[in-house]
Design a protein around this ligand. Structure first.
Ligand code: FAD
Length: 415
């Protein structure tokens, strides 16, 4: 059995960050970072469409769900966006801000980010081993025994950074939750977040695959009460809906229907216009048809499809439409109920909602309140962020807290 000071389980964003800072905090500590995947950092490489959206210009707790905002803030403020930017710059990765506020490497290549993290972890003295899948972790005397097909390691400290279960082929298949449970932690219900939503076969929006529009999505109860409204770009797909606003809404929709199955998701295709203004637009004098009038604000295919869906002749002069037909079109354009059938599951989800509750973790160190010697960081925690670099910022911040505190604990105990 190989003795080490620190075993980090999972060499993704959070695990690499923890490895770097454990090593930098206590040079000379024996640190291994174990990852079950053949290819290290697969998720970093696919992030942001291969460009890796490292963080966002402004990150605060309001961009996250799962744990309480207070708890999330305690961790985020320990390693904030300016520190993230400085950290990457020191590793040779300069970041650029795009108009959306997202920060990407100036190279536009996720590989730059991964190589920098791997290089920094090695330079800090961490040994990266993969494929090295961890099957079990058990307490034995003063150590945690980490075991898998590749061997057995007796660690004084373990950092559990196994991620969630989104895109399991990258290596994050949810086994980390089993490990956490075996060490006494609870795990809240997990479900896909930042995931495309599906519409029934034959729904008219599925035929508009590729069409995008800036919309407002509203989650409302059957009584019409607004629970949440989010604005942004929506993309029609051959299975249903995607695009940033849909991805951001997906976890809220899923959580809401679990609580109240009568909850509805409604799209306002013309958020800049009130229903009254849309009515006026249709009534304005002139021979232009309804489809052409809507096309002034929407993609043509969508404008025509909305007319068809509302049972309206979109080509005849719009002011001549019967009142009921006009009403139906205004409804379809400003409050179309989306009969969502589900989501595309973990294979298509960018992140996992749910996980180990932050109430079971000391947030100043990311140490387990349940198992001495254990720390947790990254997506395994019950924290999921919006699209835009927030999930990585959580990984960097929680990984930094776990790494520096584990490093300090090794240093304080004397090796
Ligand atoms: C397609 C896609 C695009 C994304 N784009 C962005 C983006 O641009 N910006 C952003 O902020 N977020 C993005 N995310 C989310 C972000 O990638 C994750 O939130 C982040 O990677 C989580 O980091 P982590 O280290 O906690 O987990 P992961 O990155 O999932 O790493 C966990 C590691 O643990 C290893 N592991 C798991 N179980 C075991 C085990 N039993 N033994 C050994 N090793 C194990 C896995 O192989 C994996 O390498 C994206 C996600 C996806 C899927």
């Amino acid at each position: 059995m190989e003795p080490v000071d620190v075993a980090i389980v999972g060499g993704g964003a959070a695990g690499l960050m923890a490895a770097i800072w454990a090593g930098r905090t206590t040079p000379g500590a024996s640190i291994v970072c174990l990852d079950g995947a053949e290819r290290l950092g697969a998720k970093i490489l696919i992030a942001g469409g291969g460009r890796c959206n490292v963080t966002h210009d402004v990150v605060d707790e309001r961009a996250f769900a799962g744990a309480s905002p207070n708890a999330v803030r305690k961790v985020l403020r320990r390693f904030d966006v300016p520190e993230t930017v400085a950290f990457f710059a020191a590793c040779g990765v300069t970041l650029k801000r795009e108009d959306t506020g997202k920060l990407f490497p100036t190279t536009d290549r996720a590989r730059t980010v991964l190589d920098a993290l791997v290089g920094a972890a090695r330079a800090a003295g961490a040994v990266l081993r993969h494929p090295w899948r961890v099957e079990t972790i058990a307490r034995s005397d003063e150590r945690l025994v980490v075991a898998g097909p590749a061997g057995t390691i007796a660690a004084r400290h373990v950092v559990l950074a196994t991620g969630g279960r989104s895109v399991p082929k990258t290596g994050s298949d949810g086994h980390g939750y089993t490990l956490a449970r075996a060490l006494g932690h609870s795990v809240t219900t997990t479900f896909p977040a930042l995931v495309p939503l599906t519409l029934p076969d034959g729904h008219f929006l599925r035929a508009l695959s590729g069409v995008a529009a800036d919309v407002t999505l509203v989650l409302r109860s059957a009584t019409g009460k607004r629970r949440l409204a989010l604005s942004g770009s929506l993309l029609c797909t051959h299975k249903g809906l995607s695009g940033p606003v849909v991805l951001d809404m997906s976890r809220h929709w899923r959580a809401a229907i679990a609580e109240d199955p009568s909850v509805q998701l409604v799209v306002d295709w013309l958020p800049a216009l009130s229903p009254e203004k849309v009515d006026e637009l249709l009534l304005a004098p002139g021979s232009a048809g309804a489809a052409r009038r809507l096309h002034a604000h929407l993609p043509e295919r969508l404008a025509r499809a909305l007319c068809e869906h509302a049972g309206v002749d979109g080509s005849g002069p719009a002011p001549a439409l019967p009142r009921a037909a006009r009403r139906a079109l205004v409804d379809a354009a400003t409050a179309l109920v989306l009969p969502i059938t589900g989501d595309r599951g973990f294979a298509y989800a960018e992140v996992t909602a749910g996980g180990v509750p932050l109430t079971e973790i000391r947030l100043e160190t990311m140490a387990s309140r349940v198992t001495p010697g254990l720390h947790l960081c990254g997506e395994i925690c019950d924290v999921d962020g919006r699209i835009g670099g927030y999930n990585f910022q959580w990984a960097w911040a929680s990984g930094w807290v776990a790494g520096t505190s584990v490093g300090a604990a090794v240093g304080n105990a004397g090796r």
